[in-house]
Design a protein around this ligand. Structure first.
Ligand SMILES: NC(=O)c1ccc[n+]([C@@H]2O[C@H](COP(=O)([O-])OP(=O)(O)OC[C@H]3O[C@@H](n4cnc5c(N)ncnc54)[C@H](OP(=O)(O)O)[C@@H]3O)[C@@H](O)[C@H]2O)c1
Length: 284
């Protein structure tokens, strides 16, 4: 492990930046090319880069994450090029050098109709283009890689980049009321908890396979907003998804079962305590 050579893809994004922060705090070295230096949609470039630098651990946080933008031209958009084709190129090049690949996926691979929590082995049945291309990415990793972790996550928030927590806090600055959807249920995830689990999985050499990691407990977007704005004066108005039409269909109920991660010994904080800690961090 001490000899591992780490490569982070998508190192400028919300999760990639959090991962860099954690590795920096542990004085760990890593490679972190920007998307301009290493565009994962260019198969030759990816192969050449991997052959040249020979990473042994690849944290792949690179993705097209504009869920509604992905609906514009199904199958032809940047979304497909990056999430489906790009992931396949990364997996092919990673397998050639026998590296271990961490691929981050999403609860949007599920349709959201299951009453009980989704298990890692449940079959994906995505309802939007982003979910379909992320599921294609999963399939490539499963078919190509010998040493891999697919980690599905959901509703990510953190210090870096755009997310629901920042949006709510910003809206509360100049609005007296905010309407929030109350009939979509899921699990929020602090990017820091996810980055900690990725490092834990690598260090503890847990078994390869599919994992699901979010913070514990679940809520609606409305309940999430209530907790975010607990100390703000703004009035929250519950609305249904039908009152807030979006291009991409989101899962109504995308609660993922976390038992497989818990069985590794990793302690998952509740989303409420993760949010509290995150708010303290950004306030300080
Ligand atoms: N955010 C969520 O709520 C959420 C929920 C479930 C799952 N996930 C998954 O979690 C992972 C991390 O998401 P995130 O929120 O950190 O995403 P993000 O903030 O949008 O970051 C995406 C990263 O991918 C890079 N990238 C995009 N196109 C690329 C290309 N062609 N070649 C190389 N790099 C490229 C971006 O670089 P540039 O900025 O230079 O383009 C950026 O660094 C993704 O796999 C995502 O699907 C996210």
């Amino acid at each position: 492990m001490i000899n591992d050579k780490i490569l982070i893809l998508g190192a400028t994004g919300q999760l990639g930046s959090q991962l860099r922060e954690l590795l920096d705090s542990q004085a760990m070295d890593y490679l972190a090319p920007s998307s301009k230096q290493l565009d994962i949609t260019n198969a030759d470039l990816v192969t050449q880069y991997f052959q040249k630098y020979q990473p042994t651990i690849i944290f792949d946080c690179a993705a097209y994450t504009n869920v509604d933008g992905a609906e514009d031209e199904p199958g032809k958009t940047l979304d497909h090029k990056i999430n489906a084709e790009g992931t396949k190129f990364v997996a092919q090049a990673a397998e050639m050098i026998k590296a271990t690949l961490f691929y981050i996926s999403t609860d949007y691979v599920f349709d959201g109709n299951k009453i009980t929590a989704y298990l890692p082995e449940d079959r994906p049945h995505p309802q939007c283009e982003y979910g379909r291309t992320k599921a294609e990415g999963e399939t490539s990793v499963l078919n190509i890689m010998s040493k891999y972790y697919i980690i599905r996550t959901s509703w990510v928030f953190g210090q870096y980049g755009h997310n629901f927590v920042y949006t709510m806090l910003q809206l509360a600055e100049n609005h007296s009321q905010i309407k929030v959807v109350t009939d979509q249920i899921g699990r929020p995830t602090w990017a820091k908890t996810l980055a900690q689990f990725m490092i834990y999985a690598w260090r503890q050499k847990i078994s390869y396979g599919i994992y699901q990691l979010s913070n514990d407990n679940y809520c609606s977007w409305y309940q999430f907003a209530q907790e975010i704005l607990t100390d703000k004066k703004v009035k929250l108005i519950p609305i249904s998804s039908a009152d807030y039409p979006q291009k991409a269909q989101r899962p109504q109920r995308s609660i993922m079962n976390l038992d497989k991660v818990k069985a590794t010994g990793f302690l998952i904080p509740t989303w409420q305590s993760a949010l509290r800690e995150f708010k303290e961090e950004i306030t300080n």
